[in-house]
Design a protein around this ligand. Structure first.
Ligand SMILES: NC(=O)c1ccc[n+]([C@@H]2O[C@H](COP(=O)([O-])OP(=O)(O)OC[C@H]3O[C@@H](n4cnc5c(N)ncnc54)[C@H](O)[C@@H]3O)[C@@H](O)[C@H]2O)c1
Ligand SMILES: [Zn+2]
Length: 382
C-alpha cells in the first residue's frame, strides 16, 4: 500500500481498513451524502439510527442524511450537542445516554456521528459504552475528521484535568466521506486539517508529499482535481498504519509526528487561540529541524516541510514562551522528570521513526550553544 498516489478525477473511491473481524470500508465521494443511508443500513444491519451532530453541521446536512436513512427503511433520531471541544465531556456523554434511552435505542440501533473530530470522538465514546457497545458510523465533515480522527477507532472525551483522558477503542462499521460538505468548512479549519494530510505525506510517502507540493493552494481552495484522491491517499496511509498497529504499541506512534510539541502548544495557549492542526504544523517543523540538528534528518528536509505548510496558510513557528514552560508541558504526563518520550524524528520526506528522548533533549537550551553550556548547579545533565 506504500507509494502509489491515488488517481485524479475519480468521483468515488473505496478503501478498506483491514482489521480482521473489525474491518470496515471508507467510502469517499463527491455529493454522495444522499447515498449514506443505504450503506449505513447495509453495514450496521440496524433498524434505527441516531444522528449526533453540532448546529453548524446539522443545519446544513442532517436533514439530507436523515432522509437517506429513512429511505433505507430506518427510524431516525437526531441529537445536537453544542459546538466546540468543550462538548467532548462526560457531561455530554451523560446527556447522550439520556437521549438514547428516551429514543428507545437498543442493540439494533446505530450511532451516526455527523461532524468534525469532536463529534466523532464524543458520539463514538457514547456508542462504545452504551449497552456495552452499539454499531457506530462516522460521517466526518471536516478535513481533519476525514483523514484522521474518523479512522482507527480511537474515541473518547476530555476531563477538566486534560484532553482525551477517558476513551476506548471502538472501530466504526463504516466511514462515509462526502467531500462536497467541505465547502462550508471555514478556510482556517480547512488549512488546519491539511496539516494532518501533509503529516501523512511527510512521515510515510514522499511521492504523495510531492503531489501536495504541486497542488497546495488549490487543495485548500477545494479547487484541485486531485482533492478526492489526496484525501483518499491520506486516509489510506492512516488505514495502513492502523492495520499494522491497531493499539498503538509500535508504528502507530509515527502518527504523533509533530504532536509532542503540538500538545504542549495547545496546553500552554489554553486550547483556544491555536487550532490543533496549526499546533501540529508548528510541532512538525520543530521536529524536522531538531531531527537535522541531531544528525538524524537529511539537511533541507525541514525547509521543504516548512515551505509547504506555509503555502497552505499554516503557522510554522512555536509561540515565544520560556523554555521552562515548554519543558513543564512535556513533562506533565511523565511520572519521572527525565522519562523519555517516543519522539518522532523525520529522516527525510517520506521516512520517519521514533527515538527515545528526554524533554531536555527535545528542547535544547539554545539553538546552537546548547550542548557546550555547563549544566546549572543542582541540575542533572541530560
Ligand atoms: N480519535 C482520533 O483518532 C483523533 C485524531 C485527531 C483528532 N481528534 C480529535 O478531533 C477533534 C478535532 O476535530 P476537528 O478539527 O474536526 O474539530 P471540530 O469537530 O471541533 O470541528 C471544527 C469546527 O468546524 C465545524 N465544522 C465541521 N465540519 C463542518 C462543515 N462541513 N461545515 C461547516 N462547519 C463545519 C465544527 O462545527 C467546528 O466548529 C479534537 O477533539 C481532537 O482531539 C481525534
Ligand atoms: Zn493530530
Amino acid at each position: 500500500m506504500k507509494g502509489g498516489v491515488a488517481g485524479s478525477g475519480r468521483e468515488r473511491i473505496t478503501l478498506r481498513v483491514a482489521l480482521g473481524p473489525r474491518s470496515y470500508p471508507i467510502e469517499l465521494g463527491r455529493g454522495t451524502l444522499a447515498g449514506a443511508g443505504a450503506a449505513i443500513a447495509h453495514h450496521t444491519g440496524a433498524r434505527q439510527a441516531v444522528i449526533v451532530s453540532v448546529p453548524p453541521v446539522a443545519r446544513r446536512y442532517a436533514a439530507e442524511l436523515a432522509r437517506s436513512l429513512r429511505a433505507a427503511g430506518m427510524r431516525v433520531h437526531r441529537i445536537e450537542v453544542p459546538d466546540g471541544d468543550r462538548s467532548k465531556s462526560l457531561g455530554q456523554v451523560a446527556r447522550l445516554y439520556d437521549a438514547f434511552l428516551e429514543c428507545g435505542i437498543d442493540r439494533a440501533s446505530a450511532v451516526v456521528a455527523l461532524g468534525g473530530g469532536m463529534v466523532g470522538d464524543l458520539a463514538g465514546f457514547a456508542a462504545a459504552s452504551f449497552l456495552r457497545g452499539l454499531p457506530f458510523v462516522q460521517v466526518p465533515t471536516s478535513v481533519l475528521a476525514m483523514v484522521d480522527s474518523s479512522i482507527g477507532g480511537k474515541v473518547g472525551v476530555n476531563l477538566p484535568q486534560g484532553k482525551n483522558l477517558v476513551g476506548a477503542f471502538h472501530q466504526p462499521r463504516l466511514v462515509w466521506i462526502d467531500v462536497a460538505v467541505l465547502r462550508s468548512l471555514p478556510v482556517r479549519q480547512r488549512a488546519a486539517g491539511f496539516a494532518e494530510v501533509i503529516k501523512a505525506g511527510a512521515l510515510w510517502d514522499a511521492r504523495f508529499f510531492a503531489l501536495l507540493e504541486r497542488e497546495a493552494e488549490s487543495l485548500v481552495r477545494l479547487e484541485s482535481p486531485e482533492l478526492l484522491g489526496v484525501l483518499a491517499r491520506a486516509c489510506a496511509i492512516k488505514a495502513e498504519i492502523v492495520r499494522r498497529d491497531e493499539r498503538e504499541t509500535g508504528v502507530r506512534m509515527l502518527l504523533n509526528f509533530g504532536h509532542t510539541l503540538a500538545h504542549a502548544v495547545e496546553a500552554l495557549t489554553g486550547y483556544r487561540r491555536v487550532l490543533h492542526g496549526e499546533a501540529v504544523a508548528m510541532g512538525m517543523v520543530f521536529a524536522a529541524r531538531r531531527s537535522e540538528q541531531l544528525g538524524l534528518g537529511a539537511p533541507g528536509t525541514a525547509l521543504r516541510l516548512e515551505a509547504l505548510l506555509r503555502r497552505v496558510g499554516l503557522p510554522t513557528e512555536l509561540p515565544r514562551l520560556p523554555r521552562s514552560a515548554y519543558l513543564e508541558a512535556l513533562r506533565v504526563d511523565k511520572k519521572r522528570r527525565d522519562a523519555r518520550i517516543h519522539y518522532v524524528v523525520l529522516r527525510r520526506i517520506g521516512r520517519s521513526e521514533t527515538v527515545p528522548l528526554t524533554p531536555a533533549e527535545i528542547l535544547p537550551r539554545e539553538p546552537r550553544a546548547a550542548r557546550r553550556r555547563a549544566p546549572r548547579p543542582g541540575r542533572r545533565r541530560t
